[in-house]
Design a protein. Structure first.
Ligand code: K1U
Ligand code: ZN
Length: 172
């Protein structure tokens, strides 16, 4: 397994709509394993294939707590089939380092996807897992959480973000 490089905003791949995975073959299984290792190393609770430069509809998630066993979810071609309620929680993004903002999301979502054995799975989610599914499926549609900011807040974000990227460059 390998830890992959995570692309940062404003990389144009992050703004593209990813294409469906056509076949769950060994290359997709290897990609999913590498994405999981990259997510755990970051650390994050989710990762979408476009974040590592692969514009295909594949995500990995693990919202288990620090003292719980790992609960890795690999979702191929995920879609939201039902949603209810509203949540307004702070989010970050591994592709937008060191910036956090509250985002309005659905409180519960029912998701449908295929697992790596090509079985169709339906899952009712809430709390952090529901937010994470929405955040990751947004990545597959070329949407980042900062796209939900008002134009005023987005302007402030862009000014701050220039400094954040400069500091990251200095650390390298
Ligand atoms: O897609 C990503 O950039 C990963 C991102 C997903 C996310 C889901 C839900 C809310 C916020 C962000 C992250 O995992 S950011 C890191 C993070 O939220 C976290 C990291 C360690 C422990 C707990 C949370
Ligand atoms: Zn993200």
């Amino acid at each position: 397994m390998s830890i992959l490089r995570i692309l940062h905003y404003p990389d144009p791949i992050l703004a593209q709509k990813a294409v469906p995975v056509a076949e769950i073959d060994d290359s997709i299984k290897k990609l999913a394993a590498d994405m999981a290792e990259t997510m755990y190393a970051a650390p994050g609770v989710g990762l979408a294939a476009p974040q590592i430069g692969v514009s295909q509809r594949l995500i990995v998630l693990d919202c288990s707590g620090k003292d719980e066993p790992q609960q890795l979810i690999v979702a191929v071609n995920p879609e939201i089939v039902a949603e209810e309620g509203e949540s307004f929680e702070e989010e970050g993004c591994l592709s937008v380092p060191a910036y956090f903002a509250k985002v309005k999301r659905s409180a519960t979502v029912k998701v449908r996807f295929h697992d790596l054995e090509n079985r169709q799975v339906e899952m009712e989610t809430d709390d952090l897992l529901a937010v994470a599914f929405q955040h990751e499926i947004d990545h597959l549609n070329g949407v980042l959480f900062v796209d939900y900011l008002s134009s005023l807040k987005k302007g402030i974000f862009k000014k701050k973000y220039v400094r954040i990227l400069e500091q990251l460059e200095e650390q390298l």
